[in-house]
Ligand binder design. Structure first.
Ligand code: TYM
Length: 329
């Protein structure tokens, strides 16, 4: 049995990228490993939410975790800010994280490009906080999508550096984990790039059937294949990629064959895709509605998770302080 940690930022509702990149594996792993899944609300502060939004978003993501199938009796579900130990480890790791390497990460460079007016130090040290989240439980496996690969490489770097610096073999190196071979990237339906909250192209687990249909029907396409077996453009490949995770294999094959022999009608492809997404999402959506009204349940889960997670975090902080050389008088 290994220790598993993963988190999702509380910057909005969960979308299909979060589900297929992360949550689906959380559900599978919870019964086999010792799992800690959390809501990254400290991380969400880089985008400056209002106090009302901050709490509302955490609440929503917690309800969605449960609705998607995470069992709080089996896995430890908690809110990141309920673990002040994480911020202490973050501070300690920051001392050995170098500005140059942080500035070179793709996600930081992306943010600088996308939000030049808000390049805060929290964005720069985002991978350090993420490393703290993971190694605070001394986890070895981290179920994430492809976009988090580099952040995890940084986590391994910080864990190894700590060991080297203090001549210990304390932290193990955490590796990204997916049940298939490759880490997953769910694309958006706006032509290129990934599906994401900040990209504004999400199909959410809480979306109604009507909203899903509208989003899928307005997906970017091309003029259609002109010759048999012509290469597939990115927007069409994106539709197929989502179909690959939500539809039956025969359905995907049917449309791929129609593409190959140039008889495909994108309208039909989209209608089928919208129906299949809705079928997958509908039971989760119903549970989200039910659970988000159950204040007592949410409170109980968050409290139970915080207690279990703190126990593990406090042990690590105690040991790390000792390794570093802090001594009580
Ligand atoms: P976040 O909130 O952006 O995404 C949460 C999880 O969903 C995955 N994901 C995707 N996977 C495939 N295709 C997509 N389009 C897609 N969009 C999102 C992400 O890979 C991630 O697994 N930094 C993290 C949160 C975090 C964390 C951690 C994760 C904080 N500390 C420690 C793991 C361990 C983030 O912003 O994820």
């Amino acid at each position: 049995m290994e220790t598993v940690v993963s988190g999702i930022r509380s910057t909005g509702n969960l979308h299909l990228g979060n589900y297929f990149g992360a949550i689906r594996n959380f559900i599978k792993m919870q019964h086999e490993h010792s799992c800690y899944f959390f809501i990254a609300d400290y991380h969400s502060l880089t985008t400056h939410p209002t106090p009302e939004n901050l709490h509302q978003n955490v609440r929503q993501v917690l309800a969605e975790y449960l609705a998607a199938g995470l069992d709080p009796e089996v896995a430890t579900l908690y809110v990141q800010s309920d673990l002040p130990e994480v911020s202490e480890l973050y501070l300690l790791l920051n001392m050995n994280a170098y500005i140059g390497e942080l500035e070179r990460t793709t996600s930081f460079k992306d943010k600088v490009r996308k939000q030049p007016d808000n390049v805060n130090a929290g964005l720069l040290t985002y991978p350090v906080l993420m490393a703290a989240d993971i190694i605070i439980h001394r986890a070895t496996k981290v179920p994430v999508g492809k976009d988090q690969e580099q952040n995890l490489e940084m986590s391994r770097k910080f864990a190894k550096r700590f060991n080297r610096m203090y001549g210990v073999d304390y932290f193990q190196e955490p590796y990204p984990y997916n049940f298939g071979e490759e880490l997953i990237k769910i694309p958006g339906l706006d032509g290129s790039g990934k599906m994401g909250k900040s990209e504004g192209n999400g199909i959410y687990l809480s979306d109604s059937e009507k909203v899903i249909r509208k989003k899928v029907m307005s997906a970017v396409t091309d003029q259609g294949p002109q010759t048999p077996n012509s290469p597939i453009s990115e927007p069409i490949q994106n539709l197929f990629s989502i179909m690959n995770v939500v539809s039956e294999p025969d359905t995907l094959k049917f449309f791929r064959d129609r593409y190959a022999d140039c008889t495909i009608r994108y309208g039909d492809l989209k209608k089928q895709l919208a129906a299949d997404i809705n079928q997958m999402v509908a039971p989760i959506r119903e549970r989200i509605e039910e659970i988000s009204e159950n204040e007592a349940l949410l409170r109980k889960v968050a409290k139970m998770g915080a207690e279990k997670a703190r126990e593990s975090a406090q042990k690590t902080i105690r040991e790390v302080r000792e390794i570093i050389g802090f001594k009580p008088f």
